[in-house]
Write a protein of this length. Structure first.
Length: 438
C-alpha cells in the first residue's frame, strides 16, 4: 500500500506556512507538544485520524507524531481537505490519504487505508472510522462497506479489535452515533466524547462554528448580512452560535426549533421563533444546524422566495433535501465553485452552497485556529489518557476527565495573559458547608 495519496506533493511549502500560522494561534497545543516530545507517550503506537485535513488538524497530527506515534490520516469530508496542508504533512512523515473533491469511492477507500494499518487509537470527527469498524464486525452490508472492504481485505476484524485501545470523537454528530451503539449494547471499544467537554462545547461549537459558518457563506456569496432575513434551523450549541453572530452583523434572525426548551430560550434571547413552514415564506438565507435529516424539504422549497441561499453547517449532506430540490427543478447550474443554482419550474432560483455539506469547511477554512487550540489540546490529552488507562476503561462512551478539561482552560487563560481568582481556605469551607448563611 502507498505511504500516502494526496493531490500534489509540490504544494507542501505553501502548506507549511499555513501550519506555522496556525501554530502561532495554538499555544496550548504547542505546550503539550513540548512535553510529548520529551515523554513520548505514543511510542510504538499507531493513531488513525479521520478529521478535516486543515492547518489546525495538522498541528494536532504533528503533536501526536512528536509524542512518538505513527500517524495515518483520512478526511472527515470530501470537500474539507486543504491540499497544500496535506502535502506538508506528508513531508513531515504523516501518512495522508485525502484530497479536496474526492469522489465517494476514493473517500471510503481512504477510510479503509487508515483502518488497514491496525490503529491502536482512533480519532474521529463524525465517527466514520468508528462506525466502519462496527459495520464490519456486525456484518452490515452497504455500498460504503463494500468499497472499504476492498482496501482492508487482508485484515480481519478480530486483528483490528485486538489492537485498538480506545478512541476519541470530536463532534456532535459522531457522539450521537456512538451513543446509539452504546445504547444498543454494541460498542466494541471505549470512546472518549471530546465533543462533550466544556472546553470544547462552550467554545468550538458556538463560537468557532458560529463565526466560521458565516465566514464560509460570505466567502461563497459575498452577500451583505446586515438587514438580511436569516433563518437558523436548530438552536443547539452550533445553531445558537450562528444566530448570535448573524444578529451581531445586523441580520434579522428567525429560529426554527423542535425542542420547546431551546425554542423558549431563543425567544427570551430576543429571536423570532417560527415553524419551518412559516419561516420558509420570508427567509432570504437558510442555515441548518440540526444533525437531522430533511429539515428543509419539498414543502418548504415550494414556499421560498426567488434567490434564496441554502447552507448546511452540519456534518452530513442530509439536512437540506437535495432529492426534493432535484425533483422540483427543471435544471441546475454551477453558478460558481461553491454555489449550485436550482431553477424551479416556475422560474424561481434556489442557491445551494457546498452541495449541502459543512459550509464552513467547504467554502472557508473552518474554525479559527485559536478555538481549535482548545479542542485539539483536549484530543491530544484524551489520547494520552487512553494510553495510560485503557486497561481500566470499559466499552462505553466516556466523558473527558474533568481535570483534563480544567487543565486546558487554565493553560489557555495563561496563554492569553489572564489569571483567575482563587478561593481562600475559609471560602472553600463555606462553599462546602450545609450551614451557609450562618
Amino acid at each position: 500500500m502507498k505511504d500516502y495519496l494526496i493531490k500534489d506533493i509540490s504544494l507542501s511549502s505553501i502548506g507549511k506556512k499555513k501550519i506555522e500560522w496556525a501554530e502561532a494561534q495554538m499555544p496550548v497545543l504547542l505546550m503539550i507538544r513540548e512535553r510529548f516530545s520529551k515523554e513520548k507517550p505514543f511510542k510504538n503506537l499507531r493513531i488513525s485520524l479521520c478529521l478535516h485535513v486543515t492547518k489546525e488538524t495538522a498541528v494536532l497530527a504533528r503533536t501526536l507524531r512528536e509524542g512518538g506515534a505513527t500517524v495515518y490520516m483520512c478526511a472527515a469530508n470530501p470537500l474539507s481537505t486543504q491540499d497544500d496542508v496535506a502535502a506538508a504533512l506528508v513531508e513531515d512523515g504523516v501518512h495522508v490519504y485525502a484530497w479536496r473533491g474526492m469522489d465517494l469511492r476514493s473517500y471510503y477507500q481512504a477510510i479503509g487505508y487508515v483502518i488497514s494499518f491496525l490503529p491502536n487509537i482512533t480519532i474521529d470527527d463524525g465517527a466514520d472510522v468508528i462506525s466502519t469498524i462496527h459495520k464490519f464486525y456486525y456484518k452490515i452490508d452497504s455500498e460504503d462497506t463494500r468499497i472499504i472492504r476492498e482496501a482492508v481485505k487482508e485484515i480481519s476484524i478480530e486483528d483490528l479489535l485486538k489492537n485498538i485501545l480506545g478512541g476519541c470523537e470530536e463532534t456532535t454528530t459522531g457522539v450521537i452515533r456512538i451513543k446509539s451503539l452504546e445504547k444498543e449494547g454494541k460498542l466494541l471499544y471505549p470512546i472518549i466524547a471530546v465533543n462533550e467537554a466544556l472546553s470544547k462545547s462552550l467554545f468550538d461549537n458556538p463560537v468557532g462554528t458560529g463565526q466560521s459558518t458565516l465566514d464560509g457563506i460570505m466567502r461563497a456569496t459575498n452577500i451583505l448580512l446586515a438587514g438580511r432575513d436569516v433563518v437558523v434551523v436548530g438552536f443547539g450549541r452550533v445553531g445558537s452560535g450562528i444566530a448570535y453572530r448573524a444578529r451581531g452583523m445586523g441580520a434579522r434572525v428567525t429560529i426554527v426549533e423542535v425542542d420547546p426548551i431551546k425554542a423558549l430560550r431563543a425567544a427570551m434571547d430576543g429571536f423570532n421563533v417560527e415553524s419551518m413552514k412559516k419561516a420558509a415564506g420570508h427567509g432570504e438565507v437558510f442555515i441548518t444546524a440540526t444533525g437531522n435529516i430533511n429539515v428543509i424539504r419539498r414543502e418548504h422549497f415550494e414556499l421560498m422566495r426567488d434567490g434564496v441561499i441554502l447552507a448546511n453547517a452540519g456534518h452530513f449532506d442530509v439536512e437540506i433535501s437535495k432529492k426534493d430540490l432535484e425533483e422540483l427543478s427543471i435544471r441546475r447550474e454551477k453558478t460558481s465553485e461553491h454555489i449550485t443554482t436550482y431553477i424551479l419550474k416556475d422560474g424561481r432560483r434556489l442557491h445551494l452552497l457546498a452541495d449541502g455539506r459543512v459550509v464552513n469547511l467547504a467554502c472557508g477554512e473552518g474554525h479559527p485556529s485559536a478555538v481549535m487550540d482548545l479542542s485539539f489540546s483536549l484530543q491530544a490529552l484524551s489520547a494520552e489518557y487512553i494510553v495510560k488507562n485503557y486497561d481500566k476503561m470499559t466499552k462505553t462512551v466516556i466523558p473527558v476527565p474533568e481535570e483534563l478539561d480544567k487543565i486546558v482552560a487554565i493553560m489557555k487563560l495563561r496563554s492569553m495573559g489572564l489569571e483567575i481568582e482563587e478561593m481562600t481556605e475559609e471560602q472553600k469551607r463555606y462553599s462546602e458547608s450545609w450551614l451557609m448563611g450562618t
